[in-house]
Design a protein around this ligand. Structure first.
Ligand code: GTP
Ligand code: MG
Length: 384
């Protein structure tokens, strides 16, 4: 794996701050190459506040249109700003194998994600998007902008998570200040992105690499994968058990009434630990998690062992579900989740997918026909 194979791109002011935090976190382990990070914003004042971090470059875009200011919450301006400078931005991005996009929806600059993701797709660059939705207290305008951008991300990305900021907050955080809350959110996003990164660049005992991940992202037909993620860390004798308990009960896997672990088609479990990690702990972790993960899901384990993490165990789980095919458990019967577009539209989308691939070569890998929708392959009954 070459360092230039992976790139993290942040879009907008809040994401810029989080990206910088991720850069610092990724440098805890100095034996790995610095994470290549490109911070994109239209607001010069935000970029000026970012102090230098290794591997990080910051680029302003849309200056002709916005004179170095924010969009004032207008996502259309965000789209236009990116398009104005698309050629130069894409040159800066280069040709990585995988791009992780980070954006906090609510402002207008995240509108730039649409042309960015389309340009990545046109160049065959695989991508995974981490996006947040605003707190309720931020008001209707931000909520509305986020509700416009979120579905666009789902249409244009290979994989996407859109997490309401409130869903990151732990019990007892009601009295926290906005700054404390934003810091906590940044930590959680940073944990998710950094551990995924570490797994991808670091050969551990059990390897999980960029090409493997690309295959997973690209082989699904019929829309982006959606994913949910959560992290946990623990120390001491029972650290594996503690992590299983924290992750299995995490509300982050139960967003919008969907149990993402029970409905997952693919799950990545990333373990970051010291040289003291015991096989029995991995066993406890995996058997504990498998109790709550869909039995038919493909589960990939990646471990990274570094002496600097001795005594500690950190685990991040990313649970992927093919979009539009999520099913929420309800007693014994499997019920389709109500999607925005409604029942009829979903059935139509499935037909469209089938037709779209009629004229192309079949994708058969290890005897599995990946042109067939997941719900058919996995014999999941959808109640229509
Ligand atoms: N985690 C975190 N989120 C923030 C912070 N500040 C704002 N947000 C969230 O990010 C959303 C988008 O805000 P910004 O990133 O500032 O907006 P922008 O994308 O730069 O867009 P414009 O400034 O309107 O052009 C807000 O609605 C908040 O939900 C922060 O410091 N940390
Ligand atoms: Mg801004």
């Amino acid at each position: 794996m070459k360092a230039e194979d992976l790139l993290l791109i942040s879009v907008g002011g809040a994401a810029a701050k989080i990206a910088r935090q991720i850069a610092l976190k990724s440098r805890r382990d100095l034996s790995q190459p610095p994470m290549r990070i490109l911070i994109l914003d239209t607001d010069d004042a935000v970029l000026q506040t970012l102090t230098h971090a290794e591997g990080v470059s910051a680029t302003i875009f849309g200056t002709q249109r916005l004179s170095g200011r924010g969009t004032g919450g207008d996502h259309i301006l965000g789209v236009g700003a990116f398009r104005d400078d698309a050629a130069i931005l894409m040159q800066q991005i280069g040709a990585p194998r995988l791009v992780v996009v980070l954006t906090c929806c609510g402002g207008g600059t995240s509108g730039a994600c649409e042309p960015l993701l389309r340009a990545l797709r046109d160049r065959g660059i695989a991508n995974i998007v981490f996006a947040t939705e605003p707190f309720a207290f931020e008001g209707d305008a931000r909520k509305k902008t986020a509700s416009i951008i979120a579905p666009i991300l789902s249409e244009t990305a290979n994989a996407v998570t859109t997490v309401p900021l409130a869903a990151f907050m732990p019990k007892g955080s009601e009295q926290w200040t906005a700054e404390q809350s934003f810091d906590y959110v940044a930590d959680r996003l940073s944990a998710g992105v950094s551990l995924l990164w570490t797994l991808l660049v670091h050969p551990g005992y059990i390897q999980f690499d960029v090409e493997h991940f690309r295959q997973m992202l690209e082989r699904e037909v019929g829309g982006a994968l959606t994913f949910a993620f959560a992290d946990a860390e623990a120390t001491g004798e029972r650290r594996a058990e503690t992590i299983v308990e924290t992750l299995s009960s995490s509300p982050r896997f139960r967003l919008r009434g969907v149990d993402s672990l029970a409905n997952a088609s693919q799950v990545i479990v990333g373990v970051l630990a010291g040289d003291d990690l015991r096989l029995s702990e991995l066993n406890t972790l995996m058997s504990g998690l498998q109790k709550v993960i869909n039995k038919q899901a493909e589960v990939v384990l990646g471990t990274v062992n570094q002496a600097v993490f001795n005594g500690k165990m950190e685990v991040v789980v990313l649970a992927f579900t093919q979009q539009g095919l999520e099913i929420a458990p309800s007693g014994d019967a499997l019920q389709p989740v109500r999607r925005r577009a409604g029942k009829g539209a979903k059935a139509k989308a499935l037909t469209a997918v089938k037709d779209r691939f009629d004229d192309v070569e079949r994708t058969i890998i290890d005897g599995v026909n990946y042109d067939e929708p997941t719900y058919l392959r996995r014999k999941i009954r959808l109640k229509r």
